[in-house]
Design a protein around this ligand. Structure first.
Ligand SMILES: Cc1ncc(COP(=O)(O)O)c(C=O)c1O
Length: 323
């Protein structure tokens, strides 16, 4: 992997993009001209192929073929067919992955089933930094268990799984990548630890792409470059994402008390990141379409906004419903 030290100029980043074996993939997405989109871990940009696929589904399969499409368009086995394609990215064998429903609904089904599979155990472990809806779902699944259940939260009730795990734990609900900080858990080791203790585990993989080595390598290079540039431009800034590659996902989170206004100002300058209350600026680096030159420019724009103290401008402090 090329280190950030060898990309010490914008020209070097442009050269690295020209040599990137993944560079052709960017054209498969619709990315508005001049925009640097660092929020793909929340809502990905539209694949160009999506518009025609959706149009065909609506006009032909639904509009014209109607109920025949369960067979003629393969609607019936689509969860399995798509599941196998996603499963290939996860390293799962054919038949092990399904595509259906939303994360929240799937999580409910999985946690409810896991509680049912461990009838003698009455504890569910979750994380106080879980995605908020995940915690509501865990509460709902516990209420519908048909027996009293207790929740133990990593962070609130104990510092780690080790402190909370015993023979009363039925299931743990964990996020592979922390949606705020970008910290990455060791899924294989933790899964084994829980299974050895007789418990089950349900992983939220919303921020994980899977086992795709080329993508992972570029993702680490992008996040490393961003952290190095931000540190060089703004030495005092508090980057909360782990520096160690094995401990981070594909995002960089920065804690900054004026973060909301900074993210708003960056959007005005053509860089879309996002903000997580109370003070996290979060930037996602999707290797399928983010270029090294984008990383360089985004760090410059971040530094420009902070150096200009954009939070003094009231127009960047207007709170929107969705941040
Ligand atoms: C980490 C994580 N978990 C759960 C969800 C909820 O997903 P859904 O809206 O599909 O239920 C999201 C949505 O952004 C998420 O990022």
């Amino acid at each position: 992997m090329m280190s950030s030290a060898s990309m010490i100029s914008r020209d070097a980043c442009v050269a690295r993009d020209a040599a990137d074996p993944l560079r052709g993939l960017r054209d498969r997405f619709m990315i508005p001209e001049g925009l640097i989109y660092l929020d793909g871990n929340s809502l990905g940009p539209m694949p160009r192929a999506a518009a025609s696929a959706l149009n065909r589904t609506i006009e032909q399969e639904w509009g014209h073929d109607l109920i025949r499409s369960w067979n003629s368009a393969g609607w019936f086995d689509m969860p399995v067919r798509l599941g196998d394609r996603v499963g290939a990215l996860l390293g799962a064998a054919p038949g092990q992955t399904l595509v259906c429903d939303t994360t929240s609904i799937n999580l409910y089904k999985a946690v409810h089933a896991a509680i049912g599979l461990r009838p003698g155990r009455d504890v569910v472990i979750a994380e106080d930094e879980s995605f908020p809806t995940d915690l509501y779902i865990v509460e709902g699944a516990m209420k519908s268990a048909g027996r009293p259940m207790t929740r133990r939260l990593i962070g609130t009730d104990g510092p780690s799984i080790d402190a909370l795990l015993d023979e009363t734990v039925a299931v743990a609900v964990l996020s592979h990548v922390n949606y705020r900080t970008g910290a990455l858990l060791d899924m294989a080791t933790i899964t084994k630890q829980l299974h050895d203790a007789g418990a089950l585990v349900v992983w939220d993989l919303c921020h994980s792409i899977g086992e795709v080595a080329a993508l992972r390598q570029k993702s680490l290079a992008l996040t490393e470059l961003f952290m190095a540039r931000v540190t060089a431009l703004l030495p005092g800034l508090d980057i909360v994402t782990p520096r160690q590659p094995s401990l981070r996902g594909s995002q960089v989170a920065i804690s900054f008390d004026k973060g909301y206004a900074v993210v708003q100002a960056m959007i005005e300058h053509g860089v879309i990141g996002d903000f997580r209350a109370p003070d996290i600026m979060r930037f996602g680096f999707a290797p399928l379409y983010i270029r090294f030159q984008d990383v360089w420019d985004a760090a410059d724009i971040l530094a420009g906004c902070i150096n200009a103290e954009v939070w003094r401008d009231p127009r960047f402090n207007r709170y929107l419903d969705v941040t």
